[in-house]
Design a protein around this ligand. Structure first.
Ligand SMILES: Nc1ncnc2c1ncn2[C@@H]1O[C@H](COP(=O)(O)OP(=O)(O)OP(=O)(O)O)[C@@H](O)[C@H]1O
Length: 258
């Protein structure tokens, strides 16, 4: 195993005003459960932000708001330069097509082969019809995730790590500008988990995507994060690089790095 691969990402955060997601003072409650109290965050083009936080703090709710799956109660949410609450249904649909999601529950269709699982979004979302063109997109994306040989297999015949790779391929095949990951390495052994984390970085570089990644896996955070944002009780309490936050004197923050 190459040791340089497990070191903290060396690339600096992307500077400048090229913000692809701007979250300002977002609030979201479910009944009297105030989950998001005051969420503000900026994701820059080409950047990977990892969101850390104990269970139940509102991490998933935050990215579900960004994904348009939940509607915030208050605050501003700008994605790719568009204020989400001002968009019509059609504009929202158009914007969502530029976002990719890799949720924990993003299971593959068991009754379909890998090829069919990957063709499905092409026909359904992109309305593609040309079989030869679709086959090319499928083989290209499988090559990117290192799984060309699995094209005719069913999900049940694949390991957990391979299924994650196919899930990633399915997200990437729609060529999103932004990818939202909810615990991409959950359920994987440490070695496979590291392979998936390294793949996330490789794919981000290849496809020039920007990402928000929720994870409890600190090894993953170390590999993928340009910046880490720590969430506690519905607000971000700190942002910084892995290195900066691991030296934080604040026990709440420091505890994640022990
Ligand atoms: N659709 C919903 N309806 C009602 N309550 C919800 C809904 N989604 C989330 N919640 C509540 O919001 C709170 C935050 O949940 P969320 O899933 O965002 O936490 P999290 O920080 O992602 O936790 P974990 O690390 O365990 O995934 C929880 O109290 C949860 O019960």
């Amino acid at each position: 195993m190459n040791d340089t691969l497990v070191q903290e990402k060396a690339r600096p955060p992307v500077a400048g005003d090229d913000v692809v997601i701007r979250i300002e003072h977002l609030k979201k409650a479910f009944g009297d459960n105030e989950v998001l109290k005051d969420i503000s965050l900026e994701l820059h083009r080409g950047e990977n932000i990892v969101v850390l936080g104990r269970s139940g703090q509102g991490k998933s709710v935050t990215i579900q708001c960004v994904a348009g799956l939940l509607e915030p109660d208050e605050g501003n949410l700008e994605v790719l330069g568009k204020e989400v609450k001002e968009l019509s249904e059609d504009e929202l649909k158009e914007l969502r097509s530029k976002l990719g999601f890799l949720f924990q529950s993003g299971a593959l269709y068991d009754s379909m082969t890998v090829r069919e699982n990957l063709m499905f979004p092409l026909t359904r979302v992109l309305k593609m019809k040309d079989e030869a063109e679709m086959e090319k997109w499928v083989t290209d994306v499988l090559e990117s995730v290192g799984l060309e040989e699995a094209i005719d297999k069913y999900p049940a015949d694949l390991s957990g790590g391979m299924r994650k790779r196919v899930g990633l391929a399915r997200t990437l095949i729609l060529r999103p500008e932004i990818i939202l990951y909810d615990e991409p390495t959950t359920g994987l052994d440490p070695i496979t988990s590291r392979e998936i984390s390294e793949l996330i970085v490789k794919l981000q570089e290849k496809y020039k995507t920007s990402s928000i990644i929720i994870t409890h896996d600190m090894a993953c955070a170390r590999i993928v994060a340009d910046r880490i944002a720590v969430m506690n009780e519905g607000a971000f309490i700190a942002t910084g690089t892995y290195d900066e936050l691991s030296k934080s004197p604040d026990e709440l923050i420091n505890n994640f790095f022990k």
